[in-house]
Design a protein around this ligand. Structure first.
Ligand code: HEC
Ligand code: HEC
Ligand code: HEC
Ligand code: HEC
Ligand code: HEC
Ligand code: HEC
Length: 423
């Protein structure tokens, strides 16, 4: 009897809970304020953009007008949090679109809060109404990096000028000889003969100590410069682009398919390392993007081998072997570089340091990565003080000392101190 009552009480509580829960869900409306739309845009870009566009069909459906198709807003929230669960529950619409998209699994976003999802929906609805503006040409916001005029060009220019000078010299000597012959055939006064047959012939000049000195000087100067340049570039790996174990292309992923760098390089906002994605991240998409239509070289099979996945059965064998990516950028151990400091705090684009990665089929080291390169940027770049209370005081102090207009550069916050970059 007692147990029965407790059980009844429990089911009553559950019912009450479900009722309030569904009430809360039904009461949810998509916000329209700018704040929500802005936060929604950010969330959409980081979570959904890999598979969805608002007005274009992508891996998933174009989301514009979703509200006219889905059963309810509450349904949408549930779907985003865990679409697989909704499909498994037998929900009619969920199963319909799942089939329509060849049983592609949408990622589950259990970590997103309800109001975050509502913000995303707010962004989708606003974006759907917006008139299309042509997108800016790619590469516009990509700042240049690297080192001014590459010294290789300077050397080429110098060598070129040297060759031209030599040619001129040879031509002049030829002209002089021809003129001499011509003049000697004529009757000339003694005085003129002296001038024409002056002892300075091409041969005598070349044998003169002065000429030899000049030649030796030029040759040793060039040799010296080459050696010094070589010394400065010891360890410099600019342009290094090794062949990777899987022909992974940033152009296909970050370029054509516009996958956010942070989707794969998950460390950039949080820590020192950007991280190379594990094969599990590849599987988020390549479970269903099986045969590449681009090359069809079986590269995807290498991902399956790495995670022990059999595409025929959809089963994991449990046998894994990591993909051995070859590291491209590598500072010596004595130097400390932190991605979060630059990307998150400093607000610097990846491309400023890594170049147009989204256009590269094979990644190459774009910048010098020397100490001079770091220091040069710290001298030139303003600290990003926006929305950063920590810098407000520093900036006030800086302006008080150097005048109201003085921009605070990284060097002003200690960016040239040896200990900041060296352990
Ligand atoms: C890994 C790819 C992927 C990601 C990431 C993804 N989706 Fe989806 N989404 C899909 C696919 C594929 C479908 C089609 C249904 C299916 O096959 O499961 C879909 C369907 C939907 C639908 C139903 C649309 C309709 O018109 O019926 C909504 C809404 C949706 N996604 C919202 C989102 C939101 C919001 C996010 C980000 C928080 C997101 N999706 C992230 C792949 C993805
Ligand atoms: C789909 C996942 C994915 C995306 C998206 C992606 N990357 Fe990568 N990235 C990788 C993988 C895998 C490697 C290692 C293989 C290689 O070097 O190509 C890599 C390597 C790199 C490297 C070289 C690392 C080293 O060894 O020094 C840089 C730099 C880089 N990515 C920058 C970017 C930038 C910038 C973006 C955005 C424009 C981006 N990546 C987007 C997966 C991704
Ligand atoms: C956000 C989704 C997504 C992720 C994550 C992703 N890919 Fe891809 N990948 C694609 C798409 C889309 C294509 C282009 C398919 C096509 O058009 O044929 C592709 C193509 C490829 C190809 C070319 C296939 C061919 O035809 O040879 C390779 C190789 C590849 N991906 C490797 C990887 C690796 C390795 C990872 C993990 C580091 C990864 N991908 C992560 C979406 C993704
Ligand atoms: C201020 C310059 C700078 C910016 C901005 C920057 N990087 Fe790097 N990146 C470096 C340097 C320097 C290294 C070598 C670090 C080392 O060897 O410790 C590196 C290494 C890497 C590596 C390989 C090693 C690792 O840390 O895992 C990847 C991947 C990478 N960067 C991706 C990115 C992505 C993605 C972004 C943008 C979100 C980005 N980087 C922004 C300078 C930068
Ligand atoms: C493209 C410009 C750029 C390049 C290149 C660059 N940095 Fe920076 N760095 C910045 C900016 C901007 C900040 C300030 C970030 C902030 O607000 O804390 C910074 C800050 C730092 C700090 C913290 C300084 C402090 O006083 O708190 C260290 C350490 C650092 N960088 C190391 C490096 C190293 C090592 C390299 C070269 C491998 C490098 N940086 C290359 C722009 C750059
Ligand atoms: C903004 C960051 C930064 C600052 C500040 C900095 N360094 Fe460096 N330093 C580096 C990096 C990065 C390297 C590695 C460069 C390379 O491998 O070409 C390096 C290399 C060196 C080397 C060469 C080591 C070798 O193996 O050849 C010495 C010595 C050195 N630094 C001393 C100093 C001293 C002394 C100071 C202070 C006056 C200083 N550094 C300040 C980033 C910095």
């Amino acid at each position: 009897m007692m147990h029965y009552r407790v059980a009844r009480f429990h089911s009553f509580l559950t019912l009450l809970f479900l009722l309030t829960a569904s009430f809360i869900l039904f009461a949810q409306t998509v916000p329209t304020d700018d704040e929500s739309i802005k936060s929604g845009e950010q969330l959409f870009k980081t979570n959904c953009y890999t598979c969805h566009r608002v007005k274009q069909k992508w891996t998933g459906p174009a989301l514009a007008g979703y509200e006219t198709r889905v059963p309810s807003i509450a349904w949408t929230i549930e779907w985003v949090k865990n679409s697989a669960k909704l499909i498994a529950s037998g929900d009619e619409y969920a199963n319909k679109i799942f089939k329509e998209y060849n049983n592609s699994q949408m990622t589950a976003f259990t970590n997103l809060k309800d109001d975050q999802i509502l913000d995303i929906l707010a962004y989708i609805e606003t974006e759907a109404k917006r008139q299309d503006n042509p997108p800016p040409p790619p590469g516009e916001n990509v700042a240049g990096g690297g080192a001014g005029v590459p010294s290789a060009y300077l050397n080429l220019i110098i060598i070129g000028m040297f060759v031209i000078l030599l040619l001129l010299l040879v031509i002049l000597v030829l002209i002089v000889n021809a003129l001499k012959k011509f003049l000697n055939q004529r009757d000339l006064s003694e005085e003129d003969k002296d001038v024409v047959d002056s002892p300075y012939t091409a041969g005598s000049i070349m044998r003169s100590p002065g000429f030899i000195f000049v030649v030796v000087f030029v040759v040793s100067a060039v040799a010296f410069k080459t050696v010094i340049d070589g010394l400065y570039s010891i360890g410099v790996q600019q342009g290094y682009a090794p062949k990777q174990p899987i022909a992974f292309s940033h152009k296909i992923h970050a370029g054509v398919n516009e996958v956010d760098c942070k989707y794969c390089h998950t460390g950039v906002l949080k820590g020192k390392q950007a991280n190379i994605p594990s094969a599990n991240i590849c599987m988020n998409c390549h479970t269903y993007i099986q045969q590449g239509t681009i090359t069809g070289t079986g590269e995807i099979a290498k991902i399956y081998a790495a995670v022990g996945y059999d595409p025929a059965t959809g089963q994991y064998s449990g046998k894994q072997k990591p993909i051995e990516w070859i590291r491209i950028h590598n500072l010596p151990d004595l130097a400390y570089f932190n991605h979060a400091q630059h990307v998150n705090v400093g607000n610097i684009e990846c491309q400023t340091c890594h170049g147009p990665i989204q256009e590269m089929d094979v990644v190459k080291q774009y910048s010098l990565l020397t100490m001079g390169w770091c220091i040069d940027c710290h001298r030139k770049t303003n600290v990003n003080t926006k929305d950063n209370a920590y810098y407000d005081k520093l900036e006030q102090l800086h302006k008080a000392a150097k005048g109201q207009k003085a921009a605070m550069k990284v060097e002003d916050i200690g960016g040239l101190e040896c200990a900041k970059c060296h352990y």
